[in-house]
Design a protein around this ligand. Structure first.
Ligand code: C2E
Ligand code: MG
Ligand code: MG
Ligand code: MG
Length: 283
């Protein structure tokens, strides 16, 4: 196609490539600056038990408060960080901050779990920092079972022995695992069994349509039944309405997460909520 445009075509093509490479470099530089200048923060989204609406867990979600661009979505910078060592720094940051939150929850007398998103790249890398996580917990007197590691099926796609060993090791230490975004991509029964995790999270895109599409409701019900038969408990993500909440509860889903209960909150707001009531009033 470039040829048809003549010599200028090549120039434009080169120019585009150069711009892509430049913005990549800018973003990577920005991530480094963000790490060094405390521009990252963790927000915590409550996860409620559908039996009694108590907040029993929270998912830690990273936020980048950029001095000029405002809030930058993790969807923009995580994929780029995954191409470099920076994903390990980000992972360690998320873990360290979450430990601080767990310590404060402990002081409030709550045994709330915090779940942390861990990239497949962290598991597969030759040098990864995950091995140090257990020591950090021990130093702070926090039980590993308070921490849930959210992984995606992308991790099992490669299925390398290093990843498997690391997962095993962390499980032996008592970390719990959740399979995130279930129902998207290639997730299957086989992954559920292979990973042998504690929780499965039904992706928002199914929860979105359970009130309007009977097939999606059936799908959610089936995932829940299947997960229970395999000894896993189920978290529905992206619950936004009372109807979705009711349908999921009726289907036997164990936990709910979504704007219907609460948006992700800065640490101080999350801890204030836990101090005040630690449950969510629902219809
Ligand atoms: P995820 O792990 O599937 O997280 C759920 C996403 O859904 C979050 O987006 C959350 O804010 C959003 N969400 C929750 N409830 C609702 C709802 O009711 N409605 C709508 N519209 N959205 C809802 P967020 O925070 O933008 O994160 C996007 C993705 O970035 C996450 O997807 C996760 O894969 C990744 N991510 C976030 N924090 C981290 C981190 O610390 N480390 C790594 N490796 N990845 C992270
Ligand atoms: Mg997640
Ligand atoms: Mg998810
Ligand atoms: Mg998702």
């Amino acid at each position: 196609r470039a040829k048809q445009q003549g010599r200028n075509g090549y120039v434009i093509f080169d120019d585009t490539l150069r711009k892509v490479a430049e913005s990549r470099m800018q973003m990577l530089k920005g991530i480094r600056t963000a790490l060094n200048h405390s521009q990252f923060e963790m927000h915590y989204q409550p996860i409620v038990s559908l039996h009694d609406n108590h907040i029993v867990k929270a998912e830690a979600l990273i936020r980048w408060r950029h001095p000029e661009q405002g809030m930058v979505s993790p969807a923009e910078f995580i994929p780029l960080a995954e191409e470099t060592q920076l994903i390990h720094n980000i992972g360690d940051f998320a873990f360290t901050q979450s430990l601080d939150t767990l310590t404060q929850l402990q002081h409030l007398g709550h045994d709330t779990q915090i779940s942390i998103n861990v990239s497949p790249v962290q598991f597969a890398a030759k040098n990864c920092t995950l091995a140090s996580w257990h020591d950090k917990l021990t130093t702070l007197n926090i039980a590993a079972k308070q921490v849930v590691l959210e992984v995606t099926e992308g991790m099992m796609l490669h299925n390398d022995s290093r990843t498997k060993q690391r997962v095993e090791r962390l499980k032996q230490h008592g970390f719990q695992f959740a399979l995130d975004d279930f129902g998207t991509g290639y997730s299957s029964l086989a992954y559920l069994q292979q990973l042998d995790c504690h929780f499965v999270k039904i992706d928002k895109r199914f929860v979105d349509s359970i009130a309007t599409n009977e097939d999606d409701l059936t799908l959610c019900e089936t995932i829940i039944l299947m997960a229970h038969r395999l000894g896993l408990r189920v978290i529905a993500e992206g619950v936004e309405t009372a109807t979705q909440h009711q349908l999921l509860k009726q289907a036997g889903c164990d936990f709910g997460q979504g704007y219907y209960y609460s948006k992700p909150l800065p640490q101080n707001e999350f801890l204030a909520l836990m101090t005040e009531k630690s449950h969510i009033a629902v219809a």
